[in-house]
Design a protein around this ligand. Structure first.
Ligand code: FAD
Length: 574
């Protein structure tokens, strides 16, 4: 052993971090007879996973098949290969396909985790072979957090942006119904509000405004946490992983600072790091990510994922990959909110146009968020720094009918009810496009030309420049009542509005390179004995792509499952 700190505890497996992958791995390890410890740096468990949508992309899953859906291993492999475009070893893609469905079936049967299929949520690349128009993304069912008892206090709070009116839990399927204004959406909202109201006794007892039901990522993490409690798996909060300890070439434990005290914990069989990426570390962002880049643009919890696993792994000679990539998403800052908000769906709503400082469009606004963020960087380079920030511009018709970031539709939240501090920090407003352009520093002629051009496209329904609304994914977030193209409407009725978009992220994508068993490998491909990496601590199995909603959590949980399988096999052999 190379440490001076005292060995205070010993477990079969130590899991670093408490996101969805880490907690799932803890369940799998315990069920395979291993003693497990989970260590979490923060005073809350759940990480970014807890405030996420909780969606998992599980190709060839049984939930869809039970409902008569048509998917297959071969079709999924074709799509994954086309999406990742040679960037990821086929053995890893196959490992994912071999285990993803098995993993979620296991949790559904043996834990508190419950999912349903989002049958209408299309894969993100409908033009690629093997893509499906829905059925591969699974969406968490609501979870009754009353079951957590006092542990509810330690759950990282869901982002208000994911809740109806900032407090009422709803599934992603419900949210989509409302966004797309599908028939029955008003009645559904009334029912959700009524259900919340009727539960006033529970909220009074808990002294909270929070819905008893958790949704999305909060449901996933709460149900996993309860599954750990069912198994008496310890989860240590305020325990900061600092380094690995070695026994020869084998990772034999970790060094942590727990409640301010340095401690060494021994892992008899292995360590699984699920400690997130490095998006909260400005120095590492500057070292690896394209520029400009800022911690403040990330939509992940501040101060947590700072690359500790990456740096400790690099010291052991681990190979890395994809360090110049993040799970890009355009974000915006709102005063008093601790982190940036991602702009996921609103870009596809009809009547919002996104421009650079030249007043020019540079991408299909409705593109998946990863591609949108990537396009910001590419256009920024091409134009010599004109696309970061970019600006989303819309008119009063849009403002009345649709949400944009924190601005609820004006029919619910008119400008007079918006916080004063938001004017010229969150949104800019002017009677004319010319005035708006000068307020935000965008070329006025460029903007007016662009608006005129897109207004023409709105009439014909065909976006001749970027094909917005031209595929099933774009249209998923369009307004089905707008014809001929649910993603296109004219921008013509003042006052006009603009909001600033930064080149943000929902986590980094690169990290320690792993093999098909989730083992961390060296440059020569040999595995580092006893060390596994999952989630954003590892280089993504999706390469530089984002095949469908749930492409970060699905793999995080699945490679947690695979890591435990490998540990179990090794245990049998030794
Ligand atoms: P995390 O969930 O962030 O967990 C890492 C944990 O490790 C944290 O709790 C952190 O505190 C802890 N940690 C860090 N350093 C240390 C240390 N030194 N010692 C101990 N603990 C440490 N992805 C999807 O697949 N589907 C979605 O629906 C989805 N929706 C999203 C919505 C939003 C608004 C956002 C922001 C993200 C969304 N994502 C989604 C992305 C997804 O949430 C993240 O990519 C994912 O949570 C990463 O999982 P992780 O386990 O790697 O990291």
């Amino acid at each position: 052993m190379t440490s001076h700190a005292q060995i205070t505890d010993s477990f079969d497996v130590i899991i670093v971090g408490s996101g969805a992958g880490a907690l799932s791995a803890a369940v799998f390890a315990a069920d395979n007879g291993m003693s497990v410890l989970v260590v979490e740096k923060s005073d809350k468990y759940g990480g970014t996973s807890a405030l996420s949508g909780g969606g998992i992309w599980i190709p060839n899953n049984d939930y869809f098949k039970v409902k008569g859906g048509d998917d297959s291993y071969e079709k999924s492999l074709t799509y994954l290969k086309a999406s990742t475009n040679g960037r990821v070893a086929e053995s890893k893609l196959r490992a994912y396909l071999d285990n993803a469905s098995e993993m979620i079936n296991y949790l559904e049967k043996h834990s508190r985790v419950r999912y349903a299929v989002a049958e209408k949520y299309p894969d993100y690349y409908p033009h690629l072979p093997g893509s499906l128009a829905g059925g591969r993304t699974l969406d968490p069912e609501l979870y009754d957090t009353g079951e957590l008892g006092e542990e509810l206090d330690n759950l990282r709070a869901a982002s208000p942006t994911t809740l109806l009116m900032g407090k009422i839990a709803w599934t992603a399927r419900d949210a989509h119904k409302a966004i797309a204004k599908e028939s029955g959406w008003r009645l559904m909202i009334l029912w959700l509000m009524l259900r919340y109201k009727l539960d006033f006794r529970w909220r009074k007892k808990q002294n909270t405004k929070r819905d008893r039901r958790a949704a999305l990522g909060s449901s996933l993490i709460a149900s996993l946490r309860k599954s750990l409690m069912d198994r008496n798996i310890p989860l240590w909060l305020n325990t900061d992983f600092r380094d690995f300890i070695m026994d020869g070439d084998r990772v034999a434990g970790i060094k942590v600072v727990r409640e301010g005290v340095e401690q060494v914990i021994k892992a008899k069989q292995g360590v699984i790091v699920g400690a997130g990426g490095f998006e909260q570390n400005q120095a590492l962002r500057e070292k690896y990510l394209p520029q400009p880049t800022k911690v403040e643009w990330s939509a992940t919890p501040p101060g947590q994922n700072q690359g500790a696993a990456l740096e400790a792994g690099q010291k052991l000679g681990a190979a890395t990959d994809l360090l110049d990539w993040a799970w890009w998403a355009p974000t915006m800052r709102v005063p008093k909110e601790e982190k940036a908000r991602g702009l996921f769906a609103e870009r596809a709503f009809p009547g919002a146009v996104i421009v650079n400082a030249l007043g020019k469009r540079f991408v299909n606004e409705a593109d998946p968020y990863l591609e949108f963020g990537d396009a910001m960087y590419r256009d920024n380079e091409k134009t010599g720094g004109k696309s970061i920030p970019a600006w989303v511009v819309f008119d009063s018709h849009f403002r009345f009918n649709y949400a944009m970031g924190p601005l609820m539709p004006a029919q619910i939240m008119p400008d007079s009810r918006l916080p004063k501090a938001w004017h010229k920090t969150v949104y800019w407003k002017a009677e004319t496009l010319d005035d708006l352009a000068s307020q935000i520093g965008v070329d006025s002629e460029g903007l007016q030309d662009t608006v005129q051009r897109i207004n023409g496209f709105a009439q014909t329904g065909e976006d001749k420049d970027f094909q917005r609304g031209g595929n099933v994914f774009d249209r998923y977030y369009g307004d089905q009542n707008v014809k001929p193209n649910p993603c296109l409407a004219p921008v013509k009725k003042g006052p006009f509005y603009a909001m600033r978009l930064d080149a943000g992220d929902i986590g980094t994508k690169g990290g320690l390179l792993t093999n098909a068993q989730a083992q961390v490998v060296r440059e020569d491909g040999s595995a580092i004995d006893g060390l596994y990496a999952i989630g954003n601590s590892s280089a993504s199995v999706m390469g530089t792509s984002y095949p469908g909603a749930g492409s970060t959590l699905g793999p995080a949980m699945t490679f947690g499952y695979i890591a435990v399988k490998d540990l179990t096999e090794k245990q049998k052999v030794s």
